[in-house]
Design a protein around this ligand. Structure first.
Ligand code: ADP
Ligand code: MG
Length: 344
């Protein structure tokens, strides 16, 4: 039996799964292999099977990437989605999975490296290249970038030059408002006009530094917070009298591991609760959208409320579920696959 609830519901929601390679210190033991990729006609490139305690759990997604899949191969499958932001669509691409499963590798990769750079730098290169081509057809685009982190249900501006403000956990200054045109405004959030992918790379570096400052202060905050990269695209074609407004959101989610069992207390417990709450809200929202329910519970978390205009309607959503093949992670991997298939 295949757990493919989301697939049957389709709509504008896609779910990809990516299994990273075993790392060096995780061994190369084929006897303890917990993940395989079935190769029947129906499942080729879409099926994944995980064995836990001798029991097999098959899943099917829109696309499954194996440990051999390159960054380029993953990007090829999302490039159309990225392109649609230039056509005026609102797009969200999420990386979901436990800490160490490959979310940041998928999203950022190794930014300077031609082969190993991830979806964010590749998307930006594509967008700015396309913009150049569309210019010849009379399209003029303006692009704006913001980057923020949601930690313990608080927003942190990663591009703020004001350190005092950016580390302030009091949240009043980052109030989220949506207007009637479906635009989101986070008050006091730094928004930067960008003209090239190099300018965005520069900002990504700045954001990474801003995140790592928090990291030393707050116990690996980066894996305990959601990173939200937003590119707003506004295009005008005067001769065609057309105007489009697209948004591309690329989100590196907080680690999905259940920490409660490891006896977390105090701040750690609060973090865990905030993460559990926002990840389950995200799943609730996506599921409610897929089922075309009347009430979509956007307001249950900062993340879903922030992204509300970019989820549902004619917007497009892709969830990339990252999975570790390490036998020691088998329980978490099963949880992630179930989250993705929404049968938990
Ligand atoms: P996460 O962001 O989910 O915590 P990372 O992206 O940091 O996980 O990945 C954990 C480790 O695995 C890193 O050392 C990363 O370089 C490596 N890794 C993840 N995915 C891949 C992949 N597809 N190919 C090679 N190495 C990978
Ligand atoms: Mg990470």
């Amino acid at each position: 039996k295949l757990h493919n609830t989301i697939l049957e519901l389709k709509g504008n929601i896609r779910v990809f799964c990516r299994v990273r390679p075993l790392l060096l210190d995780e061994g190369v033991d084929n006897e303890t292999k917990i993940i395989s990729f079935p190769t029947t006609i129906e499942t080729l490139g879409r099926g994944i099977e995980l064995v836990q305690h001798g029991q097999s759990h098959p899943f099917m997604f829109d696309k499954v990437f194996t440990p051999q899949s390159s960054q380029e191969e993953v990007f090829v499958e999302i490039s159309q989605l990225v392109q649609s932001a230039l056509d005026g669509y609102k797009v969200c691409i999420f990386a979901y999975g436990q800490t160490g499963s490959g979310k940041t590798h998928t999203m950022m990769g190794t930014p300077g490296s031609y082969d190993e750079k991830g979806l964010i730098p590749r998307s930006l290169e594509q967008i700015f290249e396309s913009r150049q081509k569309l210019l010849e057809q009379g399209w003029k685009y303006e692009m704006q970038v913001s980057m923020l982190e949601i930690y313990n249900e608080n927003i942190r501006d990663l591009l703020s030059s004001n350190k005092a403000c950016s580390t302030d956990s009091g949240n009043k200054q980052y109030a989220i408002k949506h207007d009637a045109n479906g635009n989101t405004n986070v008050s006091d959030l730094t928004i930067v006009d960008v003209r090239s992918s190099r300018e965005v790379s520069f900002l990504l570096n700045r954001a990474a530094q801003s995140r790592s400052v928090g990291k030393t202060q707050m116990n690996e905050q980066s894996s305990r917070s959601h990173f939200v990269f937003t590119l707003r695209i506004s295009g005008v074609n005067e001769s065609m009298e057309q105007h489009v407004q697209g948004v591309l959101n690329l989100i590196d989610l907080a680690g999905s591991e259940r920490l409660s069992k490891s006896g977390s207390t105090g701040d750690r417990l609060k973090e865990t609760q905030a993460i559990n709450k926002s990840l389950s809200s995200l799943s609730d929202v996506i599921f409610a959208l897929a089922k075309k329910e009347e009430h979509i519970p956007f307001r249950n978390s900062k993340l879903t409320y922030l992204l509300q205009p970019c989820l549902g309607g004619d917007s497009k959503t892709l969830m990339v579920v990252n999975v570790s093949p390490a036998p020691s992670s088998v329980n978490e991997s099963l949880c992630s696959l179930r989250f993705a298939a929404r049968v938990n």
